[in-house]
Design a protein around this ligand. Sequence first.
Ligand code: RAM
Length: 545
Amino acid sequence: MGLKLKLSAAAMFVAAVTFAQDPYEGLRESWLKKAEEAKPALNYTEAAPVATVRTVQDAGSFQGWRFEEEGTPEALYGKNFKDVGSVTLDFGKHLVGYFQFHTKTLSNCMDAPVRFKLTFAEMPAELNTPFDPWSKDRLGRAWMQDETITLTRLDEWVRIPRRIAFRYVKIEMLGWPGAGYSFAIDGVRFTAQSTAGEVKTSLEQDCPDLIRRINDVGVETLRECMQTVYEDGPKRDQRLWIGDMYLEALANKHSFKNFALTKRCLYLFAALAREDGVLFADIIEDPVPHPQYGTYITPYALLWNVALLDYLDDTGDRETAEDLFPVAKVQIAEGLSFVGEDGLFDVAKKPSWLFIDHRAGLDVSASMQGVMVFALQKTYELARKLGRENEVHEYPALIKKMTRAARKYLYDKKSGLVLSGPGKQVSIMSQSWLSIASVLSPAEGAKAIRTALDHEGCVMPGTPYAMHYLLYAMLRCGMETEARRTMEDYWGGMVKKGADTFWEAYDPEDDMYSPYGFTPLNSACHAWSCTPVWFIHEYPGIFQK
Ligand code: RAM
């Protein structure tokens, strides 16, 4: 679809949501246009498989499966595929883009169609776990990348229409095509795409090997997720979420420095916000950019403000920050509408999906208090940088009030722990968020985090997203050695278990952990796990020595 057509269709959405009280009235179309103008071009690279592999079930490997090299792709290309029947190819690295294969008549002529099943996978276990029967309480079955295709012609390239995120592909011949002819699969190729471009940073020469590998895997993760928006995962969900964007933009600052993509995403969220100005949690680009209607995540909307401040700091692009500052104010006002007279964020009012981590059972009240205070602080800083403090003069008093309330109702001086919700739950996220928000002093935060880590029954993070905030909190609390060890253990743990790109969900104690009830649904290349890139470069003295 041409840019013009796309723009006008998206503008129709904008027109449809515009009504009398729209705080962004008259601005949305120009914001959408700025988003389109900032869209970076995709770079394409050609890739080919490096080996054919055989499956090995191995309890010592991640999720119980690994591949072993078997032969070369060239050896496959000469064989009658009716004898091969099934083959798995390894491309040697994670790729995002479009897959093609070529067939060649070997004897006689095609006298009946031939049908194949192609299964693409990011992980060995994903390729070796049967997908069916599919339970209806899971996410959509078609996220799984298996495709059936029937050829009625040979001797040409066939392209699989859907965009693929994978490292491995299994090609199986389905049924028997008849005895009248033979053929080979004599070529396989992949066009990979990303908008990331070249890495523009480097590590210190004597940077330890494990940190270097963590950085490299983080960079690859980010590269794969940088498409025409910051996607969360190129396999699933293939869309722009605020929480993922915030962390991708951090890592981008210290790698590709592709700030136009950040600008595009900030404007997209603003242009497509709800009628009252509240940001949707995520945006889907095709066929025209539109929100995932009905999906709001208050902490994400608040973190959008932080991403805007970071963008201003990274680029000095004042025009964008000025344009979008009113949007930041709306997110704060929306968040504050759930803060009670007592100065506490009231999760019982259920403003939205209060996503802090995927870990089941996590009580988010203390974390929400932290996110709200952090967003107030950062939005005030943004206002100051724009000389617009007068518009938000009430923020400092609110920060004080919410800090006092948090210390009074959520912080238990005796144990040194933050306790969240009616069940007084101890979680890593509660300690981390109240440390990030400076509700706890660095010494109190360090004690809270250490005590929680040793506390039996403490709710541990389930995703690298949550781990990011733990690491950030540790650094704010002066826990430098522990921060370094946490990165080496957690992200380094994934590297040691064979990660080419960092995973959406990871529990070092449970390789089968999945927030979706089915591990193959986990995304194995997930944006929010790329932040070691930011930490390693932002704090070279701690991570690169
Ligand atoms: C899932 C994905 C995504 C995240 C949301 C909240 O769909 O993991 O990255 O931002 O949850």
